[in-house]
Ligand binder design. Structure first.
Ligand SMILES: NC(=O)c1ccc[n+]([C@@H]2O[C@H](COP(=O)([O-])OP(=O)(O)OC[C@H]3O[C@@H](n4cnc5c(N)ncnc54)[C@H](O)[C@@H]3O)[C@@H](O)[C@H]2O)c1
Length: 399
């Protein structure tokens, strides 16, 4: 392996350009090959990379030309959702470690293909779920691991983000969400919340997700928004959006826990991942950033709980996760409050040192399959759907 890791990137849209900056801020890395379907996007990225690292990356609009392992040490897939698994499989076949941005799967078969390709090729693959490195998510995980919340019984999470503009201006911005919202109804973005929750619940390491049910509300938010937004694409009023405004999914785990996911992206609201963890001795709620512990709180505080909003800050000094203690000491950097730096540098460290990926093929398949399974459940009147065991029983003893 060269002294510097030579990185290829596919997808130089909004996320790709953000990731490019994060990656160029990591020591021992150069971006040597980039790809996008649009020339203006690759040219803007190429010029910026040249300015930052002193030489120009190669450029292509056909990612298949990037599979030479003599040329690249790792590839980052930062493009639209649809080809993520196809690309991951092709790079694993080529023996090039691959990190894939977040998004859901379109079929369970694709998830099995991902896992089987990893098992056969042993090429590292990682889902680049930055929220698994979130400061609150990790502090709460630390507290759970230390037993402060007792036995975990229920978790909640959501992707609650008003994306009405991003979706309805999709033609103008060449953005993939528009075609997905027109065509599909599902929990299309489960991993921001389910990633951290699955780590807390030890999914694929002593526990697994067994079944789910999903229900979608009607789809009204986007038409209402288009109808009263002057510069919106009014031709979309003649189209029906398949995607319901709010999709609720309930997952049952082998060890008995339940998890509720909420996708809520087409109505007015403030951003929240609604991260909630409830155990026999305590709970955390992102919605008011509070921690309730039997140890520290009493029943007579229930009705004056507003006074405790934001009390999670009081626990920070003692329970900040070691990853964040070290990161803050070194200097906060990278997008999304630092989570992007942490996830990308962890992936690149594992590539360099030949270590197992922290969010591996089994985790990636388990998290991504929720989209395809929720689509099935919604299409069949919220019937329960089995979640496959992608580990073929290895979850029982994997650590
Ligand atoms: N982790 C995060 O916080 C975060 C935030 C935003 C987006 N994302 C993820 O990043 C990805 C991209 O999102 P975005 O907002 O940048 O979308 P975008 O539409 O701005 O960019 C996607 C780019 O992918 C390119 N692309 C699509 N298919 C391609 C192909 N076959 N070959 C080469 N290029 C191709 C498109 O041309 C486009 O430029 C998605 O998976 C999204 O979920 C993650």
């Amino acid at each position: 392996m060269n002294e510097k890791l030579r990185i290829g990137m596919i997808g130089m849209g909004c996320r790709g350009r953000e990731v490019m900056k994060t990656v160029l801020g990591i020591d021992g890395v150069s971006i040597s090959f980039i790809c996008d379907l649009y020339d203006d996007r690759t040219e803007a990225a190429r010029a910026e990379i040249e300015k930052r690292q002193g030489f120009s990356p190669r450029v292509t609009d056909d990612w298949h030309t990037m599979t030479d392992r003599e040329e690249l040490d790792a590839v980052l897939v930062t493009c639209s959702w649809e080809p993520h698994i196809e690309m991951a499989v092709a790079f694993m076949e080529a023996g090039i470690p691959v990190g894939v941005e977040v998004g859901g799967a379109y079929s369970v078969e694709d998830c099995f293909l991902l896992v089987r390709t990893f098992e056969r090729t042993k090429t590292p693959v990682m889902l680049l779920e930055n929220c698994c490195y979130g400061r609150y998510e990790l502090m709460v995980k630390n507290m759970v691991d230390l037993g402060l919340f007792g036995e975990i019984v229920h978790c909640e999470g959501g992707y609650r983000h008003d994306l009405r503009r991003e979706i309805t201006f999709g033609r103008e911005n060449r953005h993939y969400r528009l075609r997905n919202y027109l065509a599909r109804c599902c929990e299309n973005y489960p991993t921001h919340e389910l990633g951290p929750i699955s780590q807390i619940l030890h999914i694929n390491r002593g526990n697994r997700m067994v079944s789910l049910v999903s229900m979608a509300s009607k789809a009204k938010g986007l038409h209402d928004y288009i109808g009263r937004t002057d510069d919106a694409d009014r031709s979309l009023l003649n189209r029906d959006f398949a995607q319901g405004d709010v999709v609720t999914t309930i997952i049952k785990c082998a060890n008995g826990e339940t998890v509720t996911l909420t996708l809520d992206t087409t109505l007015p609201r403030a951003y929240s991942r609604q991260f909630t963890v409830q155990g026999t001795r305590g709970m955390y709620s992102e919605e008011n950033n509070s921690i309730y512990l039997d140890r520290d709180h009493t029943e007579d505080m229930h009705f004056s709980w507003k006074k405790q909003w934001n009390n999670a800050e009081k626990y920070r000094e003692r329970y900040e996760h070691p990853i964040w203690r070290e990161f803050l000491a070194d200097g906060l950097r990278g997008g999304h409050g630092g989570m992007d730096h942490l996830v990308y540098s962890d992936f690149l460290r594992c590539v360099r040192e030949g270590l197992p990926m922290p969010i591996d093929a089994y985790d990636m398949a388990s998290l991504m399959c929720i989209s395809a399974l929720s689509e099935q459940s919604i299409a069949t009147g919220s019937m329960p759907v089995a979640i496959p065991d992608f580990t073929s029983g290895k979850w029982i003893s994997r650590t």
